[in-house]
Design a protein around this ligand. Structure first.
Ligand SMILES: NC(=O)c1ccc[n+]([C@@H]2O[C@H](COP(=O)([O-])OP(=O)(O)OC[C@H]3O[C@@H](n4cnc5c(N)ncnc54)[C@H](OP(=O)(O)O)[C@@H]3O)[C@@H](O)[C@H]2O)c1
Length: 255
């Protein structure tokens, strides 16, 4: 295949959780720019619908669905709506995520649990429900969203729950890659460094200079830094790549 064919997502259908804003929106936009139809979900339907309208202007079909990834019934409804409209799901990007900060010795178990529930259990539920469709189709690419904090101790904020959830995402990614390779399903993860989004606005405002000093590329992640990696992992360009966690962090994790 030619390289433009390898990266082409025309005719594919991508589901992006947490696609209403932030990194999920950036990745959904990239997949649309490569030709994929897009299904966006998050809890806030209106924000999802606004994002879907913006992406539709790129000339692809879109669908917005309200879904809380912690709840299997919501995720089943998401899959049903995607199949009703498009009849298939080729790509799943698990970008829905949250964070909660407290010193490890003081963190309440409820605050530990709420981050694990969204970032790790929610990712697993989405993999399970979309994975059943991909297993039937004998093809699929799942892209989990990890974090640089899955592989290094955190010198910036106290969010051990978040780091642990993303470490779990990495382990889940590798194990699912092994289990589902026989079904022609690839499972990889992207581990972003620090990007300015709703999730990180306050930490970047307070500690942005320290983050930049700890980053060899000497900057925060930008509006198109995830576009290439996500299209690579979603498309046939990476058809021999599975079980990998790709850091997109300006080198933060190698310091
Ligand atoms: N920004 C960074 O620097 C950075 C770095 C590394 C990794 N990440 C990861 O990247 C992913 C996206 O983060 P972001 O920075 O783009 O954050 P963001 O701007 O706050 O976006 C988070 C998205 O997840 C959705 N969401 C939150 N809880 C949800 C739930 N229970 N069910 C369904 N959707 C839910 C949000 O919409 P609703 O609130 O409407 O549900 C929103 O669409 C997360 O997994 C995060 O851990 C971010």
């Amino acid at each position: 295949m030619r390289v433009d064919e390898l990266f082409d997502l025309s005719g594919r259908v991508s589901v992006v959780t947490g696609g209403s804003m932030g990194l999920g929106f950036q990745m959904a936009t990239a997949l649309a720019e490569a030709g994929s139809s897009i299904v966006l979900c998050a809890r806030n339907y209106n924000k999802c619908a606004e994002a879907a309208t913006i992406i539709a202007k790129l000339g692809v079909e879109t669908l917005a669905v309200s879904c809380d990834v912690r709840f299997r019934k919501d995720v089943r409804n998401l899959v049903m709506r995607a199949l009703e409209k498009f009849g298939r799901i080729d790509v799943l990007v698990n970008s829905a995520g949250t964070a909660w900060a407290a010193p490890p010795e003081k963190m309440k178990i409820a605050d530990w649990q709420k981050v694990i529930d969204v970032n790790l259990t929610g990712t697993f539920i989405c993999c399970q429900e979309v994975g059943k469709v991909m297993i039937r189709n004998k093809k699929g690419s799942i892209i989990n969203v990890s974090s640089v904090l899955s592989s290094v101790g955190n010198r910036i904020i106290d969010c051990i729950n978040y780091s642990a959830s993303k470490g779990g995402v990495d382990a889940l990614t590798r194990d699912l890659a092994v289990k589902w390779a026989p079904f022609n399903i690839r499972v990889n993860a992207i581990a972003p460094g620090f990007f300015k989004t709703h999730l990180t606005t306050s930490v970047i405002e307070r500690r942005g200079n320290e983050i930049i000093n700890l980053t060899p590329a000497a900057r925060i992640g930008g509006d198109d830094d995830l576009k290439g990696p996500v299209v690579f992992l979603a498309s046939d360009a990476s058809k021999f790549v599975t079980g990998q966690v790709i850091a997109v962090d300006g080198g933060y994790s190698i310091m």
